[in-house]
Each structure stands twice: as C-alpha cells, then as structure tokens.
Design a protein around this ligand. Sequence first.
Ligand code: RP5
Length: 160
Amino acid sequence: MAAKVAIIMGSQSDWPTMRKAAEVLEELDVEHEARIVSAHRTPDRMVAFAKGAADEGFAVIIAGAGGAAHLPGMVASMTHLPVLGVPVQSKALSGQDSLLSIVQMPAGVPVGTLAIGEAGATNAGLLAASILSLGDDDLAERLTTWREARSAAVAERPEN
Ligand code: RP5
C-alpha cells in the first residue's frame, strides 16, 4: 500500500486554502485524501481519525484550521505521524490567531507549522512530499524536477 497524505481541515470554509496542498500533491502524483475534521464541532471524529490514521495507511498529516485552531495540536497529541499545521487566514484577525494557536506547542508534541494561508498550504504539500521522498526514489526525482521547473520559470529580468 502506497503511503498516503491526509489533508484535514476544521471546516468546509478552509478548503479554498487547503486545496492548495492537494493541488501540489496531485502535481507530484502523491496519493492523498481530504477530510473535514473539526476539533470543536466533531471532536469524536477527530479522535477516531487521529488514533486510526497510521492504520489507515497515512504517513503524513496536513492539518489546517483557523481562529482557535486547535486541530493540528490535538491530532499531534494522538499520533506518532508527522503533523504539518496550516494556519488558515481568519476574518477577524487575519490568521494571526490561527498561527499562534498552532505554532506554540509544548515540548514533546510537535507540529510543523507553516505560513498563514495559501502559501502555507502549498508548502505543507511540498513538505509532505519531501518527507515521503526519503523512502521513495521516484518521488524524490519528481520533486527535484518540479523544483527545477519552478526555478526555470523565474525570469532573469522584469518585463515592462
Ligand atoms: C475553524 O473555524 C475552522 O478551521 C475555520 O477556519 C473556522 C471558521 O469555520 P466556519 O465558521 O467557517 O465553519 O474551526
């Protein structure tokens, strides 16, 4: 069974951000699955997901949430899998609340926290692929090719 990446989010409203992680994983041909799992609205679903994620075949978890963004940290407390946290840009505080809720974990329960918003989601996808590439030479090659293409697409001079 190929290692999968789970993309979980607290709400449907997080999907426009979190789909950026899915898009980059699709580009890299990495198996992934997106689910809505809320720490506050569906706590039982969260516990079941976190405790069962490894047995389901997930190798990396990307967790995005906004506001009082407890999802990544709570999931990290219940699994040994790497958890990458994406602070979704909130309306009230522009995602600063999300960032601080996710990043400041106590020692012993790590969450790899990315940037606020779409850049964070894209980079979470890339980081998940990078983690999986440690045990997958073909993926490492695809990732290298992807990065080279991104570099090649940068013009040397600005256009008028
Ligand atoms: C969080 O509350 C979600 O992750 C979302 O970012 C935020 C707002 O959710 P909705 O009220 O839009 O469903 O749990």
